[in-house]
Every structure is written in C-alpha cells, then in structure tokens.
Ligand binder design. Structure first.
Ligand SMILES: [Zn+2]
Length: 49
C-alpha cells in the first residue's frame, strides 16, 4: 500500500483548537506543549484535545 505525500499530510496533522495552527502529528509532544504554554499559557490538553 502506497500513500501519496498529500494523503499522508492530510491524515497526519494536528490542529490547535485555539489558534488553528497545524502541526505534523509526528511532531514531538514537547513541541506541542511548548506551543500551548508559549502562545496561550495553557496546557497541551486545552489546545489539542
Ligand atoms: Zn495555538
């Protein structure tokens, strides 16, 4: 089974529900936590769940 890059990208993004920034789902959890705390002073769960 072969996925194109486009299909792959669509299937593998995480969106911040506060500012709608998108991240690769392969991004380290830490970088998402950094976004949450630096941009919004919130926890990961408040931005991405
Ligand atoms: Zn955000």
């Amino acid at each position: 089974m072969i996925l194109t890059k486009q299909q792959n990208a669509a299937a593998q993004t995480i969106k911040c529900k506060i500012c709608f920034a998108t991240f690769q789902s392969t991004s380290a959890r830490k970088s998402l936590e950094d976004h949450a705390s630096n941009k919004h002073s919130k926890k990961y769960e408040e931005c991405f769940v």
